[in-house]
Design a protein around this ligand. Structure first.
Ligand code: ADP
Length: 304
């Protein structure tokens, strides 16, 4: 099992008497892309600020690379983009990156061209940030975060407000970083659908509380809720399901289709038993809830 590079254990944050994060736990594995998903106001930024050391938790433990001592020295291996990236609009992309390079004391100026290339802004390095689209600005923010070659990248809603094309671009950049450099990424969003294709793990949060931590495979499994089968003879298929597979929970729907609600892990056996009975299968697949519906059920309600 991969090493936990970020571990939050029962973290709470209280402002005056208002607990905005309550007993939140998170375990981010090395090399994973972990999506911190929750509606607006759920506590995502607060959690990321605690990780960055911008604010302190009121209770609970935090460790990086297995150590809760000297968190700041491990923070040097990480980069954070929290809320909108701080971009000087009067400077070009290159100048913004060079400024960050000075502030962070990073000696290698060649790295600027490298990060511009990674985020697909090589041709825009000399353009003033004021002329950038929102997507370009977000990518410049990611370039700033990448400047110091972090092992862990923490990004707060980096695709918020981007059009679908912009979301795909950011996703590609992050997937490449994960694949090529094994960068660990913690990324937040209020929409699961924006991150569902890129994350290996999810942490769902609502009203400051952890709803669940689960892997992409587990999430897929949870959303699966029936098998759809169509054959050349619906009545005989129903008889096979009952007599040979002891399946009772199924329903014949329109178009000669049967939906099966049990034995979801037995799709191969179901398929073989039907064909061995001389029937012809013309459609067979697992179907289920959309990820976004599952998430909305979990966080209770609609998500603006
Ligand atoms: P998210 O990033 O999921 O949208 P936040 O972490 O920004 O959520 O906010 C969680 C809750 O904490 C919100 O209700 C917000 O109003 C509250 N909050 C955030 N910062 C402060 C603060 N400095 N003082 C008091 N309340 C705050």
């Amino acid at each position: 099992m991969a090493e936990a590079v970020i571990l939050m254990n029962n973290i709470s944050k209280v402002y005056k008497k208002n607990a905005v994060v309550k007993n939140f736990s998170l375990d981010v594995k090395k090399g994973s892309i972990c999506g911190l998903i929750g509606p607006n106001g759920a506590g995502k930024t607060t959690i990321m600020k605690i990780l960055a050391g911008l604010i302190f938790q009121s209770e609970g433990g935090l460790s990086f690379y297995g150590s809760s001592d000297d968190l700041d020295s491990n923070r040097k291996r990480m980069s954070f983009m929290i809320e909108a990236p701080i971009v000087d609009h009067q400077m070009t992309a290159y100048e913004n990156l060079n400024y960050i390079r000075y502030v962070r004391g990073y000696p290698d100026e060649k790295r600027i061209d490298e990060v511009l290339d990674i985020v697909g802004l090589s041709n825009a390095g000399k353009k003033k940030a004021a002329k950038f689209s929102l997507g370009m600005r977000q990518r410049l923010g990611i370039a700033m975060a990448l400047l110091t070659k972090p092992e862990i990248l923490v990004l707060d809603e980096p695709v918020n407000g981007l059009d679908p094309e912009g979301i795909v671009e950011v996703r590609r950049i992050l997937q490449r970083l994960s694949y090529e450099q094994n960068t660990t990424i913690l990324i937040s969003s209020h929409l699961l659908s924006e991150l569902s294709e890129m994350c290996t793990d999810f942490s769902i949060i609502s009203s400051g509380r952890l709803v669940e931590n689960l892997s992409a495979e587990e999430l897929d499994k949870r959303c699966r809720n029936h098998i759809v089968v169509r054959t050349n003879d619906i009545d005989r298929t129903a008889a096979v399901l009952e007599d040979k597979l002891s399946i009772r929970s199924y329903k014949a729907v329109h178009g000669g289709i049967i939906e099966i609600y049990e034995q979801l892990d037995n799709i191969e056996k179901i398929s073989k038993t039907i064909t061995d009975s001389g029937l012809i299968i013309t459609k067979l697949n697992e179907e289920g809830k959309k990820l976004e519906d599952y998430y909305l059920e979990k966080v209770g309600g609609s998500n603006e």
